[in-house]
Ligand binder design. Sequence first.
Ligand SMILES: C[S@@+](CC[C@H](N)C(=O)[O-])C[C@H]1O[C@@H](n2cnc3c(N)ncnc32)[C@H](O)[C@@H]1O
Length: 517
Amino acid sequence: MIHSCPDFHSGSPPCHYAGAAMAALPYTMRTGLNARSLGTAGRRICCSKNDGIVVNPVTVAESEIDKKVERFRGWLRSMGHEECNLKLQKCPGNDPAQGYGMVAGPGGIHKGRVVVKVPRRAFLSEETARNCPLIGPLAKRAALSTWQIMCLHLLCERARGQQSPWFSYICLLPFEIELVGAHPLLWPQRMRREWLAGSPMLDIIERRLQNCREDHEALIAAGASELMPVGTGSGGFITEAAVRWAAVILLSRAFSLDLEEQVQGPVEFYGRSIALVPWADMLNHCSSAGKDSCLAYSRVSDVATLRAHKSYTEGEQVYDSYGSNLSASQLLLDYGFVDQENQNHAVDLPASVLAPLKSKSNAILLEAVGLSISRSIYTLTPLGVDESVLAWTRVAVASPRELVDAGWREDSRGASSAMVYFSKPVSRENESEVVRRLLWACEALLNKYPTTLEEDTAMLVASDNTCNQVVSLPWARKQALRALISEKLALRGAQRVLWQRLQKLRSGLSLDLLEIQ
Ligand SMILES: C[S@@+](CC[C@H](N)C(=O)[O-])C[C@H]1O[C@@H](n2cnc3c(N)ncnc32)[C@H](O)[C@@H]1O
């Protein structure tokens, strides 16, 4: 798959509307909003176990936790929420998941049963931010992005304490200090540079950190720090560290909602929007839980629901899916962990590693279809690359003659049909160059890692097999190793497949048969 650079900054476009005031709902949410959750979720973390860097500094008494959970459940009930036989509790120390988790209640849960039913009125979303008398006007005036609005919303609600409609929910979110060492966006610099050396994941984290700095500046410039009255204990609630915390909370627990179908009256909604869905975001992820256990939003009932992907006995932890095809590195980058079931080996690379483009004309064509070399990334898996990557690379290396044959005249009208032309091999020379470039990219990346696949695997196995705390690796380091191993498996597999393709090309196999075989 080749696509334009994904980032948490590229959220849905702002949806401006003035909803009618509805007193009982947080910040006057409108009813009948035609939104649907895509189930591509986000989630969160808690104290890092045995990290060597940060040992959980916050020890909260059991009774304190119980009180918080009870208050949260009470608030959800007042929002019309049904618990669906799930019990929220702290994960035991030997559980790979950290913080809270959900367990099946009396009688257990059957496969396919609805386990989460959260009414829309409990969501914390861009919509509730825009309807908030504090945030809405400022967000509009300063033309803040969706992501910045959500960060500000979360930080304001946190600073408002008991005045916030989401107080009991926010009390259950992990503090900054609990997240250090558990989420890569908050890992100390030395840790991320050492543990992710050579991996494209490192660049993604650095870019996200830069985004956090820019978001902080944008919020300050918009006057957000003046939003909270002085003397409420909220002083300095928009710090750079706080913006990073908000980013981690959104990345690791927000759900992506599809509002595409909504066009009602004078108000229009486009694309996707992010929302925090309290209670639904307390479930931990399991990579063997597929699409069926992603959150789905019904605009008919205005409720977000989720089903059990298997049967659970009473007391067993219930999992959902944060996205059915998430790779190990995506899990690490967004959620801070890689579960052992994950077998989605993949590595995302910037298209620039396939450079240089043959000429300016090739660059213009790729730009015309929104896939410029500087902003595109592509995915390699053990099966190689998909058709879109092959088409992109064929265009990148195409000769002037091949561009003309594709009908490309450097005006954007012919761009799409030219891309269709390149969706099939265009010449033996072009195709061989495509495969060679992809092979170079695999080789170059594998050489950038300071350790090999075998060394990483041996390190992880040794750590898992030892009871000796001195040799065993910190929890976060193991997550990083799993993601690195997964990337290297993807690269090795892709190399094998690409070599086979090159051999076929060299053997003189017809280009048509190349596609079939
Ligand atoms: C949406 S939250 C889930 C609830 C969370 N455990 C809590 O305490 O609020 C997502 C976070 O939970 C943790 N988590 C979820 N699934 C996990 C898993 N399979 N293994 C380890 N940690 C997991 C990660 O820290 C992740 O960022």
